[in-house]
Design a protein around this ligand. Structure first.
Ligand code: 9MR
Length: 470
């Protein structure tokens, strides 16, 4: 894989610099799923029932680019069991039928989730919740036995700070509902891979630490769990998740499959070439992170076209998150970044102006950032501090460190102006003396680029400090 990537990157650089037509025998037949399948993985897209009557849309969904699909809504509790004991599989079955006709494997999504729950579940007395949950799982997983290869058994069990999210299930059973759900799903469909799935767990951080600890604890109790899903709902304005590959790897090292289950990369509208190029590097980096982890079994984008993206309905003024635009046209930047991330090659830059632009974006994504035109002096480094998330009393921060190739070992320092106090750090070791903070690398990220993250307390004001790096 690494050889193929290096070869691809070298070929791309050659094509860009010489503007010679790069002949690629596979270009005509290369698909995202074909490239993924060459490494034993799938590349898929979510879909939904309303879209299946859009023939231009289904021509692409079922036309070979994808090898897997996930129903975006049609297997959720409110659709399947809208009133207690009455099951309606019509919508989920329609997706399965389409998938079977077009050679798409189906991930089942999702059996137990706090959202899209019918009112009757939330109104049940706590004492009846466990039986209702077990019945829902047993009925639905039995219905789809042999038709889905994996289930998101439990979806989004955590808050962003890593505490358990309250839900009717948590309120009635505590976190034990998770083990019970997994055991019930295993009994109903012993062949399906059983996953827990969440968002904002893509990189190292408090929330992914919580998922890691949960999974280890489930394993130590003998609870059936086969995989962890990382949704991958990213936004270019919030930065790329910290140490994504290492994060996926630590879960894989527990003997689990991992999967990118709902990938999209949104931006503040309108689109422009710079935002598209940044988005392309995000797609490229996610795909490369998965490709580098042997047990990363596949990648699903959360629908393939902006025409049917959930983003604009949820985040006002944001969108353009997917590799196909709202007219079902491929965006060369994002699409080619996925292709190169999967080890494929892109068309010659002379083929079209837009492909040329995307080729350079993909090339820079695949080539070491130390190739930057004005590198800082040897031995120096730069650090960028950002607030990832903030809530009353607490915040999550992240600092990325960049340096010319060859630097080994770094120290980042700053002085808080408003009494902030670090409480936890990952991918760095810190000392805080009053307002002064000093952070040094850990063994595995001594050579930049590196990123570390932390949780801290704050009150009143939470200014971004000036940061130095040496
Ligand atoms: O894509 C889904 C969208 O159509 C629904 O309106 C929304 C309702 O919550 O759910 C979307 O899918 C979510 C998925 O089931 C779980 N992770 C987050 C996804 C985006 O909200």
């Amino acid at each position: 894989m690494r050889r193929a990537l290096l070869a691809g990157a070298a070929a791309l650089v050659a094509a860009v610099s010489t503007a010679v037509v790069m002949v690629n025998a596979d270009a005509a037949t290369q698909t995202l799923n074909g490239l993924a399948a060459a490494h034993g993985r799938y590349f898929g897209s979510a879909t939904d029932n309303g879209e299946l009557s859009d023939t231009a849309y289904t021509a692409i969904l079922g036309g070979g680019e994808f090898g897997q699909t996930t129903p975006g809504n049609s297997m959720k509790w409110d659709t399947i069991e809208p009133t207690q004991g009455t099951f309606n599989y019509t919508k989920g079955d329609a997706i399965v039928t389409f998938a079977q006709q077009h050679n798409l494997k189906v991930r089942g999504h999702t059996l137990v989730w706090h959202s899209q729950l019918p009112g009757w579940v939330s109104s049940l007395p706590a004492a009846q919740l466990q039986a209702a949950m077990e019945n829902h799982i047993t009925q639905e997983a039995t219905h789809y036995k042999g038709k889905v290869f994996a289930w998101d058994v439990v979806n989004e069990p955590f808050n962003d700070d890593g505490t358990f999210r309250t839900s009717p299930f948590y309120n009635a059973m505590g976190s034990a509902y998770i083990a019970d759900a997994l055991r019930t799903a295993r009994a109903a469909d012993p062949d399906a891979k059983l996953y827990i799935n969440d968002y904002n767990t893509d990189g190292m951080g408090a929330k992914s630490d919580a998922m890691y600890n949960l999974v280890k604890s489930l394993q130590s109790q003998g609870v059936p769990i086969d995989g962890v899903g990382f949704q991958g709902h990213l936004a270019i304005q919030y930065g790329f998740p910290s140490q994504m590959q290492q994060n996926l790897q630590r879960f894989a090292d527990l003997g689990l499959d991992v999967a990118i289950t709902e990938l999209d990369v949104r931006m503040v509208l309108p689109r422009d070439a710079t935002k598209d190029a940044t988005q392309a590097t995000y797609y490229n980096n996610v795909v490369k992170a998965c490709a580098a982890v042997t047990r990363c079994v596949g990648i699903t984008i959360w629908d393939y076209t902006d025409k049917y993206s959930w983003v604009p309905n949820t985040f006002s003024g944001q969108g353009a998150a997917l590799p196909w635009d709202e007219n079902l046209a491929k965006k060369p930047t994002a699409y080619n970044a996925i292709v190169t991330g999967l080890g494929g090659t892109v068309e010659s830059p002379s083929a079209s102006a837009s492909v040329s632009r995307s080729a350079s974006a993909s090339a820079s994504a695949s080539v070491s950032p130390s190739a930057s035109s004005s590198p800082p002096p040897s031995g120096s480094c730069t650090a960028t501090y950002r607030i990832v998330n903030q809530w009353p009393g607490g915040f999550q921060g992240e600092v990325s460190v960049a340096a010319p190739a060859g630097k080994s070992g770094w120290t980042v320092s700053w002085t808080f102006a408003n009494g902030q106090k670090i409480t936890q750090m990952w991918s760095g070791t810190y000392t805080q003396s009053g307002a002064a903070v000093t952070v040094k690398n850990v063994s595995y990220n001594a050579s930049p680029p590196a990123t570390f993250g932390f949780l801290a307390d704050w009150s009143g004001t939470n200014a971004v400090p000036a940061v130095t790096c040496s």
